[in-house]
Design a protein around this ligand. Structure first.
Ligand code: UD1
Length: 376
């Protein structure tokens, strides 16, 4: 008689737009392994259909098993609400591990809640550091990593940072970039998108803009500084700008009218955005993920920040740190036009990050099991 081996229960946490592209490949690879029983939790940090639902559908993610519906709020409110609502779920489900991704408030809230219940935490996209603690994401990254047990990293700089912060080599696995797994899977479909026609884009060459960092959009003077650079650039290259909800409220209330060469759009779905990114002459952004995607697509990216937690995109990719003053942005713009970086794809950004993550997670859990540690 054979005894069916009990399955290892693991939980995967998703929260906000940039999380879904990292969660989807991991979800699929873990689901295919029948030694695991998998549950998906959505905290509801992003809740508009065009910031959440459309991404779940396009990426083939199912309805989450648990929806915490936390919505918007101050940092403390949002973080606390995720913790309060996740705790009973973790207590009743008793997963052998909680997997969190990226650096949003829900990532930190999930990691803290699990760690305090002695549930091992796996952090995907660990170890990235901007060394700028005024960014909420930097606090989330540092605090999440400090309570995480297995750290899945996307680039070598992350290993250096984590070792420096006292993590041990055996806690770190260099798996590559989950977001790039999604990009590689979805690109063919995305390139068939008719978004140009739907949006009435007639120009052959366009630039793509995204902007949502609080430090860039919440201070009207800073936002004006960036807008004045965008205005000049749009005279050479028409700009299309899908506007994040945070930024939309600022543009409506606090800035002068924009020139007609800057086209404001509603947030776009994943395929439509990938299409435009792959087919544009340049991206101007303060996003983390877009710095990575543009490097893989070989498209020049001007990052409108003074630092980046993703140095490999500047050192070997197509990313330029353009700062946040109009003068520096325009200087970098001219440099990127006159001396475009050839750009190479960083190591292990090859579409196999989920497979390597799966192997690392399995080894981690089986080792814990052998050592007689926590098991569902
Ligand atoms: C969050 C993340 C950021 C990530 C970004 C991607 C943190 C600290 N920040 O920033 O790292 O790059 O998501 O978008 O976790 N809103 C809506 N609909 C939504 C979601 C938000 O209208 O579905 C509006 C609300 O007015 C909200 C504001 O956007 O107050 C900001 O949303 P929030 O989730 O607080 O932060 P993001 O700026 O999106």
């Amino acid at each position: 008689m054979t005894h069916e081996r009990s399955r290892i229960r693991i939980m995967l946490l998703a929260a906000a737009r940039p999380n879904f592209m990292k969660v989807a490949p991991l979800y699929k690879v873990l689901l295919a392994d029948d030694s695991f029983e998998l549950a998906l939790v959505h905290t509801g940090q992003h809740y508009d259909d065009n910031m959440s639902g459309t991404f779940l559908r396009e990426l083939g993610l199912p309805d989450p098993n648990h929806h915490l519906e936390v919505g918007s709020g101050s940092h403390a409110q949002q973080t606390a609400d995720v913790m309060k609502r996740l705790e009973p779920v973790l207590i009743s489900e008793k997963p052998a591990a909680l997997i969190v991704v990226g650096d949003v408030n829900s990532t930190l809230a999930g990691a803290l809640t699990a760690a305090k219940l002695h549930i091992p935490v796996v952090h995907a996209e660990a170890g990235l550091r901007s060394f700028d603690r005024s960014m909420p994401e930097e606090i989330n990254r540092i605090a999440t990593d400090s309570v995480s047990d297995l750290l899945l990293i996307t680039e070598e700089s992350a290993r250096t940072n984590l070792l420096h912060e006292g993590k041990t080599p055996d806690q770190i696995a260099f798996v590559g970039n989950l977001m790039i797994d999604s990009l590689r899977v979805q690109l063919a479909r995305a390139l068939a998108s008719n978004v140009r026609e739907r949006l009435g884009i007639t120009e052959a060459h366009i630039g793509l803009v995204t902007l949502h960092r609080p430090s860039n959009v919440d201070d009207p003077r800073q936002l004006d500084e960036i807008l004045s650079a965008l205005e000049v650039i749009s005279g050479e290259l028409p700009l299309y700008w899908p506007v994040h909800p945070r930024t939309r409220s600022r543009l409506n209330t606090e800035t002068a009218p924009l020139p007609s060469s800057i086209h404001l759009l509603d947030p776009l779905g994943y395929s439509d955005f990938l299409y435009l990114q792959a087919n544009c002459a340049a991206v101007l952004t303060d996003s983390g993920g877009i710095q990575e995607e543009s490097t893989v697509l070989g498209v020049p990216c001007l990052t409108l920040r003074d630092n980046t937690e993703r140095p490999v995109t500047v050192e070997s990719g197509t990313n330029y740190l353009a700062g946040t003053s109009a003068h520096r942005i325009l200087e970098t713009w001219r440099e990127s036009r006159s001396h475009p970086k050839p750009g190479t794809i960083p190591p292990l950004w090859d579409g196999q990050a989920a497979a390597r993550s799966h192997a690392a997670i399995k080894q981690f859990l089986l080792t814990r099991e052998r050592l007689g540690q926590r098991r569902s």
